[in-house]
Design a protein around this ligand. Structure first.
Ligand SMILES: Cc1ncc(COP(=O)(O)O)c(C=O)c1O
Length: 404
C-alpha cells in the first residue's frame, strides 16, 4: 500500500513560522494557475473567485500578457527613470488615451498611486488654486480603503488599519460615503480634492446612491476642487465598463489605477489627469525606482490593448448579470443582501448562520476561493475570463454552503 503525502500542511507551517502575521489566509497553498482556476501543491483545483482583489481581471497567465512579459524579459527589464526606455512612451500614451486624459504618471502599488494623487492635489492646491501653505484639505469617505501607508491609514476609519500607527498625517476630512450634503458642508476654501472609491470594495462592495457621483462632479467643478476617483479595484473592466464611474457618465479630474493594470504579473499603478493638474510636478519632486519600468510598461501596454477591444467590459456586464441574478435568488436562503456591479458582488450572509470567514472556509472546502470583508459579508470577484459554467458551479457551491 502506498501512503500519499500531502504537501499543504508543511507549506502552511513554513509560511506561518517565517512571516509576519499581517494576513489571515485561507489554508490553500497555490502552486499553479490558469484562467479562472488555480491548483494547489497537492494537485487540488480551485475556482478563483477573488482574482487577487481584481489584480487578475484577465485571468491567471493570460496568454497575450505572458507573451508580452516573456518578450520583454529577453530585452530589458529595468532602467530606472534616470533614462527613458522604448516601452515607456507607448504605455503612457495608450493609458492616457484609455482614460481620456492628457498624461499619466506610472508607479507600482496602488498605495503609491494614491500617495501620488494626494501629493499632486496638494501641490495643485498651493500653486494653482492658491491655498495658503500647509492648509490644504482633502475630503474622503468613511469606510474607505485606499492602501496601507502611514498617510493613507491616517484617514482610514477602520481601527484595525489605523490604531497604533500614529502620529497621523493631518489634512483629511472624513464624511459619510454617498452623502452629497455632507461633502458640500465639508468643503472650505482650503479644500483641494475629494478622494473616493466610485464603489467601496473593502467596505463590502458598496454602490453609492444614484446621482451621488454626478452630484459630486458638479459640486467639485462649482467649488474648484479636484475630483479623484480611486479605481484601483473597481476599474479596468471589473464592473462591466472600463471605469466604475462610467456607469454614472462622470469624468473625474484624476483617475487612480492599479491592480489589473499589471495584468496579474507585475505591480503597475498610475494616476491619469490633464496637464493642468499633473503638470504641476517638477523633476525631483516625486518618483519611484521601479515606476514605469520596461517590464511593467510592456505588460501594461497589452492590458490597455485588451481593454481597448471592450471584450472584457462586455463579458463582465453579461456574466455579471448572471452572477447577480444567481445571488439574488439566494436572498432569503441564507443571503440577506447583494450589492455590486458586473462581476463584482458583496454578499451579506445571515449572521445567524455563519461569519463571512466561515463561509469562505466552507467554500474553500468545496474548491471555490473567495474572501470575507467585515462580519458576515463575503465578496466575489472572479477573473473576467470566467465561464458561465464556472459561475453556475460557484453559485451552486455557495447555495450548498448556505444549506449547511
Ligand atoms: C480602492 C483601493 N485603493 C487602493 C488600494 C491599495 O492598493 P495596493 O494594495 O496595491 O497598495 C486597494 C487595495 O486593495 C484598493 O482596493
Amino acid at each position: 500500500m502506498t501512503t500519499v503525502e500531502f504537501r499543504t500542511p508543511e507549506a502552511l507551517a513554513e509560511a506561518e513560522r517565517w512571516t509576519a502575521h499581517n494576513y489571515h489566509p485561507l489554508p490553500v497553498v497555490v502552486a499553479e494557475a490558469e484562467g479562472a482556476w488555480v491548483t494547489d501543491v497537492d494537485g487540488v483545483r480551485y475556482l478563483d473567485f477573488l482574482a487577487g482583489y481584481s489584480a487578475l481581471n484577465f485571468g491567471h497567465r493570460h496568454p497575450g500578457l505572458i507573451a508580452a512579459a516573456h518578450a520583454q524579459l529577453d530585452r530589458v527589464t529595468l532602467t530606472s527613470r534616470a533614462f527613458v526606455h522604448d516601452q515607456f512612451g507607448a504605455f503612457c500614451r495608450g493609458l492616457a488615451a484609455l482614460c481620456g486624459k492628457d498624461m499619466v504618471l506610472p508607479m507600482n502599488t496602488g498605495a503609491e498611486a494614491v500617495e501620488t494623487a494626494i501629493k499632486v492635489a496638494r501641490k495643485w492646491g498651493y500653486r494653482v488654486k492658491g491655498v495658503a501653505a500647509e492648509q490644504a484639505e482633502i475630503i474622503v469617505a468613511a469606510d474607505n480603503f485606499h492602501g496601507r501607508t502611514t498617510t493613507i491609514v491616517s484617514f482610514s476609519t477602520d481601527p484595525d488599519a489605523r490604531a497604533d500607527f500614529g502620529p497621523y498625517t493631518p489634512g483629511f476630512v472624513v464624511v459619510p460615503y454617498g452623502d452629497l450634503a455632507a461633502v458640500r458642508d465639508a468643503i472650505t476654501p482650503n479644500t483641494v480634492a475629494v478622494l473616493m472609491e466610485p464603489i467601496q470594495g473593502e467596505a463590502g462592495v458598496l454602490v453609492p446612491p444614484a446621482g451621488f457621483l454626478a452630484g459630486l462632479r458638479e459640486l467639485c467643478t462649482e467649488t474648484d476642487v479636484l475630483m479623484i476617483a480611486d479605481e484601483i479595484q473597481s476599474g479596468l473592466g471589473r464592473t462591466g465598463k472600463t471605469f466604475a464611474i462610467d456607469h454614472d457618465g462622470v469624468v473625474p479630474d484624476m483617475y487612480v489605477l492599479g491592480k489589473a493594470l499589471g495584468g496579474g504579473i507585475v505591480p503597475v499603478s498610475a494616476v491619469a489627469a490633464d496637464r493642468a493638474v499633473l503638470g504641476v510636478l517638477r523633476p525631483g519632486e516625486h518618483g519611484s525606482t521601479f515606476g514605469g519600468n520596461p517590464l511593467a510598461c510592456a505588460v501594461g501596454t497589452e492590458v490597455v490593448k485588451l481593454l481597448e477591444t471592450g471584450e472584457f467590459q462586455e463579458r463582465s456586464a453579461r456574466l455579471g448579470a448572471r452572477l447577480h441574478a444567481g445571488l439574488e435568488a439566494l436572498i432569503g436562503q441564507g443571503v440577506i443582501a447583494v450589492r455590486g456591479r458586473g462581476l463584482w458582488a458583496g454578499v451579506d450572509i445571515d449572521p445567524a448562520l455563519m461569519t463571512g470567514r466561515q463561509a469562505c472556509e466552507r467554500l474553500a472546502e468545496r474548491r471555490v476561493l473567495a474572501k470575507d470583508t467585515h462580519g458576515s459579508t463575503i465578496r466575489l470577484a472572479p477573473p473576467l475570463v470566467v465561464t458561465e459554467e464556472d459561475l453556475d458551479h460557484a453559485l451552486a457551491q455557495l447555495a450548498a454552503v448556505l444549506r449547511g
